[in-house]
Ligand binder design. Structure first.
Ligand SMILES: Cc1cc2nc3c(=O)[nH]c(=O)nc-3n(C[C@H](O)[C@H](O)[C@H](O)COP(=O)(O)O)c2cc1C
Length: 346
């Protein structure tokens, strides 16, 4: 295994074996207002929606997680089975590993065997800065083709780059690199964070770049600082072990990100709410704040390592919870979800 492959392996093992969640989940600070007279029948509730021109069976995205080492193929297959059955969006993890070693492409490309309505390719923002415009355009075309992606996620992960021992914290020129790529790549780009959040100021800058949407990737769920804390611990690297602990809870809460990004972009760019979504009730909360869909990583990771049935069962449960929440709000379709009232304690 090269360095990129073994890092992918570490991330999955640590996410499964240790508690790497934020100390507080901010979705607990959002309260939906109960409707004691819903005046609808639960069986009539429709979850279908449209995102980036694609029809989804429910407003749920399986967040970018893995690919690039052997075991990842099976995890992606299990996730793809659920994305196909429930017609959800699905991302794969950063495809840099397959650019470095084309033999790894099949660990991502396996999802092409499934009928998934909206597929997201993935590359880290620091990578496109390092590559420069020519290699970035060539490589992003390759990774899009690798999975027949509809959209490319460019992931801002500077928290991780700043605190991991082999991190590449090159952020200078990043906005320009995103702008150039959005101009030249035929595939739409969505900029995402990976757990520290995109807030007002960054969204305002991204708004002018020609991107198609923002995945806020906010704080409250998986903490990459926590993951790097445990990676450093495994290597007996005291400096980075300490850094991971210090920045464990760094970031802007996901519910706050949704509202700030919406305001900064005049609610014109679709927002995906990822970060701490644990169940269908959290999905309902995200939609009620104005997100078009909710993304889930941690919640689906364990079932995805257990098998297809476990993954299908988890997604079915999430969908049932979302329907129950909508019934208790008296809302029978997804577009109406952004019109309802919420109480916020943040
Ligand atoms: C094991 C693991 C690997 C991840 N790898 C990537 C990645 O390669 N690219 C990316 O954009 N995000 C990656 N993420 C971040 C997720 O897409 C998501 O933004 C983050 O985990 C917050 O969601 P959660 O709280 O539901 O876990 C990864 C998350 C996990 C748990």
């Amino acid at each position: 295994m090269n360095q990129t492959e073994s890092r992918k392996d570490d991330h999955i093992k640590i996410s499964l074996g240790e508690d790497v969640q934020f100390n507080h989940n901010y979705w607990d600070d959002v309260r939906l207002i109960h409707n004691a007279l819903p005046e609808i029948n639960k069986e009539d509730i429709k979850l279908n929606t449209k995102l980036f021109g694609k029809k989804l069976g429910a407003p749920i995205i399986i967040a970018s997680m893995t690919g690039g080492y052997k075991k990842a193929k099976e995890i992606n297959e299990n996730l793809a089975t659920a994305a196909e059955k429930y017609q959800l969006g699905m991302g794969v993890g950063s495809q840099r590993a397959a650019i470095e070693n084309p033999n790894l492409a099949e660990t991502y490309a396996v999802i092409k065997n499934y009928d998934i309505p909206l597929k997201f390719a993935n590359i880290g923002a620091s990578q496109i800065v390092l590559w420069g415009p020519k290699k970035t355009l060539e490589s992003t075309k390759k990774i899009v083709k690798m999975i027949d992606a509809d959209v490319l996620f460019v992931c801002l992960n500077f928290l991780q780059e700043a605190i991991q021992w082999e991190g590449e914290p090159h952020a200078k020129g990043c906005l320009n690199a995103i702008t150039k790529l959005a101009e030249n790549l035929d595939t739409p780009i969505v900029v995402k964070e990976s757990g520290a959040g995109i807030g007002y100021n960054v969204a305002e800058k991204l708004y002018g770049t020609g991107i198609a949407g923002i995945d806020v990737g906010g704080a409250g769920g998986t903490s990459f600082a926590a993951i790097e804390h445990y990676r450093a611990k495994m290597k007996n690297d005291k400096l980075h072990e300490r850094g991971g602990k210090t920045f464990w809870n760094w970031g802007t809460p996901t519910p706050t990100c949704i509202m700030e990004v919406g305001d900064a972009t005049k609610w014109e760019l679709p927002i995906i709410a990822t970060g701490g979504i644990r169940n269908g009730l959290d999905v309902a909360k995200a939609l009620s704040l104005g997100a078009k869909a909710a993304g889930m990583a941690h919640t689906l990771l364990k079932p995805a390592t257990q098998g297809k049935n476990a993954t299908l069962a988890e997604v079915e449960t999430i969908i049932k919870e979302l329907k129950a929440a909508m019934f208790l709000l008296g809302i029978d379709n997804i577009p109406k979800m952004s019109d309802i009232g919420v109480d916020l304690w943040i």
